[in-house]
Design a protein around this ligand. Sequence first.
Ligand SMILES: Cc1cc2nc3c(=O)[nH]c(=O)nc-3n(C[C@H](O)[C@H](O)[C@H](O)COP(=O)(O)OP(=O)(O)OC[C@H]3O[C@@H](n4cnc5c(N)ncnc54)[C@H](O)[C@@H]3O)c2cc1C
Length: 386
Amino acid sequence: MPRRIVVIGGGPIGIAAAISAADRGFDVTLLEEGEVGQSLRSWGATRFFTPLSMNVSPRMLELLGSEAPPADALLTGREMADRVLAPLAGRQPLKGKVHTRTRVLAIGRRGLMRSDYAGHPLRAERPFRLIVENGTEQRLEADAILDATGGYVVPNPVGSGGLPARGESRLGHRLIRTLGELDDRRSELRGKRVLLVGDGHSAANAVLVLASLAVEDRSTRVIWAVRSLKRRPCEEIANDPLAERERVVAQANALAENPPPFLVVERRAAIDSFTQSEDGITVTLGPDRSVVCDFICGFTGFRPSHAIQSELTLDISPVTEGGARLYRAVSNVTDCLSVPQVTPRDLESGEPNYWFVGSRGYGRARTFLLQTGLAQVETILESIRP
Ligand SMILES: Cc1cc2nc3c(=O)[nH]c(=O)nc-3n(C[C@H](O)[C@H](O)[C@H](O)COP(=O)(O)OP(=O)(O)OC[C@H]3O[C@@H](n4cnc5c(N)ncnc54)[C@H](O)[C@@H]3O)c2cc1C
């Protein structure tokens, strides 16, 4: 039975998983390439749609005690990182077990390549070997791995069909990819022509930020390029129980429906090329259709990275790039607020004792919520008692 568990990633799910594994008597090590809550720190002023009580386990609240923010608080990503995750990483049962600025570069099984004993029980008898970088290169071994590296690692290209548009790779600092960067660069964007691409929740948040810039400087111009033809391009959930999500989506859609003078909405946009000149960046949105801007906010989503897993026999979903078995088990779930019932087998990755947890398991699927990830962590750990 596995004893040494390595958790990769110090986001909300990695921290929750490490606490639960330590409570259950596993010898736990958590490796995080940045700071604890690194990806939450890139959200800028954006708040969780879900209240804190849905984003952490009861055990995490218990460990925080009186320091815990109110259970109904809608924290920003940074607040969640600083007030919840970082304090938990520094105290028992995780004290000394969380290694930040420690990046996992590659994972395999000791002495085995991907093709050796694939699908044979012998494979499970070899420990995992991890190559890790924290200033120097280190090697460590584990009996089980919980991969909590997240689904938001590699930005999706802005070009049509998920492929980079011509000239996209040369956009450099003209292309903004996270809400945190948008927030940090407000003063640079004020009074400029900004192209926003995307119609998910991040794009909805972004158009509200850009609208606030247009209030501060009335010469700010925003072009919002979306793929759909809908008057209200962001998906709305009827009677959405998450009031913050409902507010953001409704306000963004209201802007798209009746654009104020600072905003032009380009529907059915398929970005083909970016051409930079002294006048700005000319962007083609389809045949005989182009706009000119100074900056691009590319909020077209992210995908997970497979870079560390080349020697593992993983069953990856061709649709989501998350776990294939999990995808098959939850592909009919459209409401992310219902926590789907899954078995330990649904959560297996194909490589014995290697599990995707949290948003990594969902990959590109948009139905992930932390409350689902927290439940799945418990299902996995229950099935591999030390
Ligand atoms: C703007 C935004 C708002 C959201 N709002 C909500 C919400 O309201 N409610 C909700 O339930 N969900 C929400 N989500 C979705 C999801 O819950 C979050 O993305 C959440 O951060 C996922 O947690 P995680 O622990 O799975 O992954 P992450 O928080 O992404 O953590 C992954 C961690 O792994 C680390 N890492 C990656 N690769 C390596 C490596 N090779 N070595 C070491 N460390 C590595 C990263 O640095 C990172 O810290 C939101 C997402 C976004 C982007």
